[in-house]
Design a protein around this ligand. Structure first.
Ligand SMILES: *Cc1c(COP(=O)(O)O)cnc(C)c1O
Length: 402
């Protein structure tokens, strides 16, 4: 199983990064040479066994892959289905994000870059980037909204401990979307020696394709693991969606299987009718943010709305372009789960299986209880457990009276 190489799928973008009408490369002219350089370089290694042998070495020896596909027997019994958890929470640094940063770091090195930059919201992608920068001897600068720097002291310290420099971004709403704007701005003037490590399957081409390829290892493994355990494919595959990278990674090798239904779960926040949520696909409209055309939460005049979710990783007003394309083509079903339902599932999984999920992943778990019983009876379901809940302990302690 330690022989992962990406695969071309029917939903691959065209040469300019268009997934149907979505995606593309909406960036300042000065950034085009850097994107074209990256695009050409990635095309040269996308299917190169030597490059992937190196990636697989780090996946196995450093990240701890393959991650187990664990049959959650107690929740299976409770809902009358067979539920399998893809344990990305067991990866080094506690989530799927390191799959992506490892590969982008190796690309940076091969392209002769000496510095990496990243944007981060709660700090998970910042930590995963600072980690691989330390591993690979790269200088690292992380852009983080000032509001998030204050809220996420521990991750800020962790990044500094790993040797990264953290920039507190003071523009706009001082959160993730502004951090990403500043990272792009920095890259424009430093592209010669700097590689921009984007944390989700979004941004200008070729990032959405690259990140899906890198996270695709999740479904590559899960498919083989379930076939080995049960000799069959799953009926449903469920994952939460912020920008959409763990979901695309979890769906990639299942989307073209006609007997498998992939389901993406957006952040319902206080409820879709409340206006406070992160459901870009359900309630957004196509628009341009961070170099791509995709569904986007926006006001009537096109101003970006602020997203809301209890989980910082789903608190993003946009979504990767491939999801917009998959939704319009009816290939994947999308739904949402509220903060309250996610917290309930957070406690449920902790107590039923002894596994504390990240708040993000708890959204996918919660969906198991929202599906009508007749829909799931006796079915095989894989859920992407994108991360562990350690990072959410302080917030959970404030929310739960135990
Ligand atoms: C960042 C994060 C997410 C959301 O990001 P995607 O790109 O949508 O996967 C989900 N779960 C965890 C644990 C995260 O850290």
């Amino acid at each position: 199983m330690n022989d992962y190489i990406p695969q071309a799928f029917a939903s691959d973008p065209d040469a300019r990064g268009h997934f149907g009408k979505f995606g593309g490369r909406f960036v300042p002219e000065t950034l085009m040479p850097a994107l074209i350089e990256l695009d050409a370089y990635y095309a040269s290694v996308r299917f190169d066994p030597d490059f992937w042998a190196e990636v697989n070495y780090y996946f196995m020896e450093y990240v701890g892959r393959p991650s187990p596909l664990y049959k959650a027997q107690h929740i299976s019994d409770e809902i009358g289905a067979e539920v399998y958890l893809k344990r990305e929470d067991l990866n080094h640094t506690g989530a799927h994000k390191i799959n992506n940063t490892i590969v982008q770091g190796l690309l940076a090195k091969r392209m002769g870059k000496t510095k990496v930059i990243a944007e981060t919201g709660a700090g998970q992608h910042g930590v995963a980037t600072a980690t691989i920068a330390a591993l690979m001897g790269l200088e690292c600068e992380v852009f983080m909204g000032e509001k998030d720097v204050q809220r996420q002291e521990l991750n800020v310290f962790r990044m500094k401990l790993l040797g990264a420099k953290v920039h507190a971004v003071t523009s706009g709403s001082r959160t993730l979307k502004d951090a990403m704007n500043d990272a792009i701005r920095h890259w424009v003037t430093h592209a010669r020696d700097t590689f921009y490590i984007i944390g989700t399957a979004a941004g200008p081409h070729p990032y959405p394709l690259m990140v899906r390829d890198f996270q695709g290892v999740i479904s590559y493994e899960a498919k083989a693991q379930l076939l080995e355990k049960t000799k069959s494919l799953p009926d449903y595959v469920i994952a939460c969606i912020g920008g959409g990278s763990n979901a695309l990674g979890m769906f990639a090798h299942f989307i073209e299987e006609s007997s498998v239904q992939c389901i993406g779960i957006e952040a319902g926040g206080h409820g879709l009718e409340s206006g406070k949520h992160g459901a870009s696909l359900a309630l957004g409209k196509p628009g341009i943010l961070h170099g791509q055309l995709s569904y986007l939460l926006q006001h009537d005049e096109g101003q970006i709305s602020e997203a809301h979710s209890i989980s910082a990783g789903l608190d993003y007003p946009g979504i990767g372009p491939e999801h917009s394309y998959l939704m319009e083509g009816g290939k994947v079903v999308y739904d949402s789960v509220t903060d309250e339902e996610a917290i309930e599932a957070f406690v449920w999984l902790s107590r039923a299986e002894g596994i504390v999920p990240a708040f993000e992943s708890a959204h996918a778990i919660a969906y198991l209880k929202k599906m009508p019983p007749e829909m799931i009876k006796g079915k095989k379901i894989i859920v992407s457990l994108s991360g562990r809940g350690d990072k959410d302990m302080i917030q959970a302690m404030e929310l739960l009276k135990l």
